[in-house]
Design a protein around this ligand. Structure first.
Ligand SMILES: Cc1ncc(C[n+]2csc(CCOP(=O)(O)OP(=O)(O)O)c2C)c(N)n1
Length: 660
């Protein structure tokens, strides 16, 4: 056997053995596409397995995360810190070889993938990050950022709409260092792709501005190699390479959808090993493969050393740039921006305040890229004077995602996975639903991504129920590790941004109003900085309160109004501003109890669904919320209609607690 063949077979059988041992997993794609992964890693990929976070490595994204066994085999053979024991613990509790790849667990895994199409979207973000950072940091003779992004995508990845959204942007931005390889095996779970897929995929990518190549003879290694070489030569197009493969290649179940997601079974595996002249021993690794692994480690270390030599000279010539580059990859966005966080004295919509904050600080965070899904104006996310990111303007700081929220979310994740970029993006809160799968993954993968969700309640008015979020705020709070901050006035917006920029280990959603809100006089009320604790006592009584009202965002002002009315009746009322549940939950128990004491009547007010507030108000508490879809009308009329007025609130509270 030639070396290529030996290594490819090692990858194939290590993958199959992982699935057999686990008694679950996906053997089909690893068998069918092992050689594709091998060619990328062997012939092209620039990486150092001893430093998986080397900033100028090529990125390899397995978009079809179900083929995780293939990725683990590849990473193992390429010298990453994954032991054979871990391969044997595939899909087991606390292993680093989980069912679908997770970036935070396994060295060399670039993205958490599995929900099909997401990895594809991420890769576009990585290519944008590379384009921006290389344009910003490289200098004559010093290409300190200069790498490709490779993707292995399956039929399912390409059926998902997100792949079209993201591919359209990649074509538009002419991301020539993005190379997608399609594992064109024509089989999904339910059977042949022909059941539900008759578009001409090659023409689709062609139409989206990609350089398209089609390899019918999909097991011809030199054809794949040549195609990738061609792809790398492209100057103004991302590349799409279709490789005709066969699911469960070489086994009795070749081309059979049953091989997609279940172990092949001992008999089929042994039959196949015999056919390939492979020892029957499980997890067999030939001498050649061990030697290959050692070689890859040596090569990888050398590759990074070469880059380091260049980087050291770069640092001598451009010390500030070099320092900034490293800081950005550490998600250290500097302290300078803090000096420019605005202090507001006038009321305005919190979205407008957010726009002012962003425009004041963005200049001081040069790798912050802000985008919007065609709602820059409404979300106030545009960075004025900092240009649009386009093929001919790679240093533009505003990314026009077009009307593509789902791709926006995945691309932002891709930029965060890549590192060096602080991605922010905005749309209406109601359309966070369109990007929810990506928010969930950002939270799972611990990505620093900042969302600006404006138009945060039915108070947006005339656009009506389709545009009025009712359940979104609560449903975002359900996503673990996502911080949701709903500031109540312009000064809290400044602090919300600071929180989001300083938070390194997960995403933050800043929830903003369309309508104007007053600015709280901080000579009377505690400082806006208090939202750094999530929730705080905004207005209190001299002695212990009879009633505690909790509220977020614009409803805080309504709560203050209710307090005045209640106190006119001699009812001592405390107002708690609950800007962020998640941050509040991280405070010490003592603080939490100080803010929201037990054994006192509690009320929550929020213009959205109220279920999540019962945790704080208790079963006897009162939640004044909106439990149905909104209506199209001027916002003042809606406020009346929904009963979110001081007097109505007052009587609701009195009635609920039977206070006469
Ligand atoms: C968003 C999403 N929907 C559904 C699934 C469940 N699923 C896993 S693989 C797959 C399709 C498998 O077909 P293909 O992508 O061609 O992979 P192959 O059969 O070649 O392994 C589906 C529907 C998923 N992982 N993600």
């Amino acid at each position: 056997m030639k070396e290529d063949e030996i290594i490819i077979n090692t990858i194939r059988f290590l993958s199959v053995d992982q699935v057999e041992r686990a008694k679950s997993g996906h053997p089909g794609m690893p068998l069918g596409a092992a050689h594709v992964g091998y060619i990328i890693f062997d012939r092209f990929l620039k990486f150092n397995p001893k430093n998986p976070r080397w900033i100028n490595r090529d990125r390899f994204v397995l978009s079809a995360g179900h083929a995780s066994a293939l990725l683990y085999s590849l990473l193992f053979l390429n010298g990453y810190d994954i032991s054979i024991e871990e391969l044997k613990r595939f899909r087991q509790l606390d292993s680093i070889t989980p069912g679908h790849p997770e970036n935070i667990l396994t060295p060399g895994v670039e993205v958490t993938s599995g929900p099909l199409g997401q990895g594809f979207g991420n890769s576009v973000g990585m290519a944008i990050a590379e384009r921006y950072l290389s344009s910003y940091f490289n200098r004559e003779g010093f290409n300190v950022i200069d790498h490709y992004t490779y993707v292995l995508a399956s039929d399912g990845d390409l059926m998902e709409g997100i792949s079209s959204e993201a591919a359209a942007l990649a074509g538009h931005f002419k991301l020539n260092k993005l190379i997608v390889i399609w594992d064109n095996n024509k089989v999904t779970i339910d059977g042949p792709t022909s059941l539900a897929w008759s578009e001409n995929v090659l023409e689709r990518f062609h139409a989206l501005g990609w350089y398209v190549q089609d390899i019918e003879d999909g097991y011809n290694l030199s054809k794949i190699e040549d195609a990738v070489r061609n792809a790398r030569e492209q100057k103004d197009k991302p590349s799409f390479i279709a490789v005709r493969t066969h699911i469960a290649y070489g086994s009795r179940l070749q081309d059979d959808s049953r091989a997609h997601g279940a172990p092949l079974g001992k008999e089929v595996v042994e039959e196949m090993k015999k056919k390939f002249n492979w020892p029957l021993e499980e997890f067999y690794i030939p001498e050649e493969a061990w030697r290959y692994r050692e070689e890859k480690i040596k090569n990888g270390v050398k590759m990074e050393e070469e880059w380091r030599r260049i980087f050291e000279r770069y640092r001598e010539n451009y010390p500030d740039l070099a320092d900034l580059l490293l800081r950005c990859f550490n998600r250290d966005w500097g302290k300078e921006y803090k000096k420019y966080l605005p202090v507001f004295t006038e009321g305005m919509a919190t979205r407008a305040a957010s726009g002012k904050v962003l425009n004041a600080i963005a200049k001081h965070i040069p790798t912050m890229l802000v985008g919007s899904a065609d709602l820059f104006e409404s979300t106030n996310t545009y960075l004025h004077g900092l240009g649009d990111f386009q093929a001919d303007n790679p240093l533009g700081r505003n990314i026009h995602y077009g009307v593509r929220e789902h791709a926006m979310g995945a691309i932002m994740n891709g930029m965060a996975y890549h590192g060096g970029i602080l991605p922010c993006g905005g749309t209406f809160l109601v359309f966070s639903d369109y990007m929810r799968p990506t928010i969930r993954l950002a939270a799972m993968a611990g990505l620093q991504v900042i969302y600006v969700f404006s138009h945060d309640s039915v108070w947006i008015g005339e656009d009506g129920p389709t545009h009025q979020p009712v359940e979104q705020l609560s449903s975002l709070r359900l996503i673990p590790n996502l911080w949701v901050i709903r500031p109540c006035d312009p000064n809290e917006v400044s602090v919300a941004w600071e929180i989001a920029i300083e938070r390194k280990d997960g995403p933050t959603a800043i929830i903003l109003t369309r309508q104007k809100v007053p600015v709280l006089d901080r000579n009377i009320y505690p400082t806006a900085d208090n939202i750094k604790k999530g929730a705080y006592v905004l207005a209190d009584t001299d002695s212990s309160p009879d009633i505690v009202i909790l509220a977020s965002g614009s409803e805080v002002h309504l709560a203050l109004q209710a307090k005045r009315m209640l106190e006119d009746k001699g009812i001592k009322t405390r107002i708690v501003n609950m800007a962020s549940f998640e941050i509040f939950e991280q405070q010490e128990e003592k603080y939490k109890l100080e803010v929201i004491p037990r054994n006192v009547r509690k009320v929550a007010i929020e213009a959205g669904r109220g279920l999540c507030w019962y945790k704080y108000v208790g079963e006897n508490g009162l939640v004044i919320s909106i439990e149905r879809f909104g209506k199209s009308a001027p916002y003042q009329d809606l406020i009346k209609d929904f009963g979110f007025e001081g007097e109505k609130i007052l009587y609701e509270i009195l009635g609920h607690f039977k206070i006469s």
